[in-house]
Design a protein around this ligand. Structure first.
Ligand code: ZN
Length: 248
């Protein structure tokens, strides 16, 4: 039976580890001769997002493993829609970094299908959180409509059943943005923006409890270490602990 309270997110990692080598696209040779491959960054962000979402009790699935070979868009879409029938997904997030012939183009942008109000809401919130967490700028106003007969007509957004977003985190063709954003610090921040937006979207509360308070709860209720860990991992677990604390 499907647990309806459990939220499911599909993470789509843009491109594959063989894409740049095969197509000479979705990557760049930097002035120092080293190669940046978009898939590498997309995978790194995806791994962080998955870790953080699972701590909030959100189920995450991806079709291809991070750092794996490219799976065609057609196959991905077919798989996602087939899976969605068996086990519905609440969101599909496709992770990317942007490219332009103009080396000064910069900033983040989130694409949503233009007739989907949930997608629009998500995109706007992502930008709102990005403005707080990142110190790079939005590309345009940060939200982009994906629609038919336009260059924004992305198959992964148009053809998939769950509400789908495509996030372009930054422009890797802008060398100073690349140096800044393809770092562990920024990868963490980008993941935080997405996780915060997803948890707001699902109404999962971010509650912070100090270690001292956790200790008080554990002692008072005689919880084992395992009990504490399971409660924390449960969706809204921290909120539950906060309620227990208030009763002491
Ligand atoms: Zn891409």
């Amino acid at each position: 039976m499907i647990d309806k309270s459990l939220k499911r997110v599909y993470l789509d990692i843009g491109h594959g580890r063989d894409t740049f080598r095969k197509r000479h696209a979705k990557g760049i040779i930097k002035p120092n001769g080293r190669v940046f491959e978009e898939h590498q960054f997309n995978s790194d962000v995806a791994i962080k997002i998955k870790e953080k979402l699972e701590k909030l009790g959100v189920e995450v699935e991806w079709l291809q493993r991070p750092h794996s070979k490219e799976i065609s868009l057609r196959e991905r879409v077919k798989y996602i829609n087939a899976r969605h029938k068996e086990k519905p997904y609440d969101l599909l997030i496709s992770l990317h970094a942007n490219a332009s012939n103009d080396g000064t183009a910069n900033g983040y942008g989130v694409f949503y299908w233009h007739t989907n109000p949930d997608g629009k809401k998500f995109a706007k919130n992502w930008v709102k959180n990005a403005k707080k967490i990142l110190d790079i700028k939005p590309w345009g106003n940060g939200t982009w409509k994906s629609q038919l007969h336009k260059w924004t007509n992305f198959c992964i957004i148009r053809e998939t059943k769950p509400t789908a977003l495509l996030i372009e985190h930054f422009f890797f063709t802008n060398l100073s943005e690349l140096e800044k954003c393809n770092t562990p610090e920024y990868i963490e921040k980008f993941a935080d923006v997405t996780v915060k937006t997803i948890s707001e979207y699902f109404g999962i509360n971010h509650v912070d409890i100090s270690n001292k308070d956790l200790q008080i709860i554990q002692n008072h209720y005689n919880f084992s270490d395992d009990d504490m860990k399971s409660i924390e991992l449960y969706r809204n677990g921290k909120e539950f602990l906060r309620r227990l604390l208030n009763k002491i």
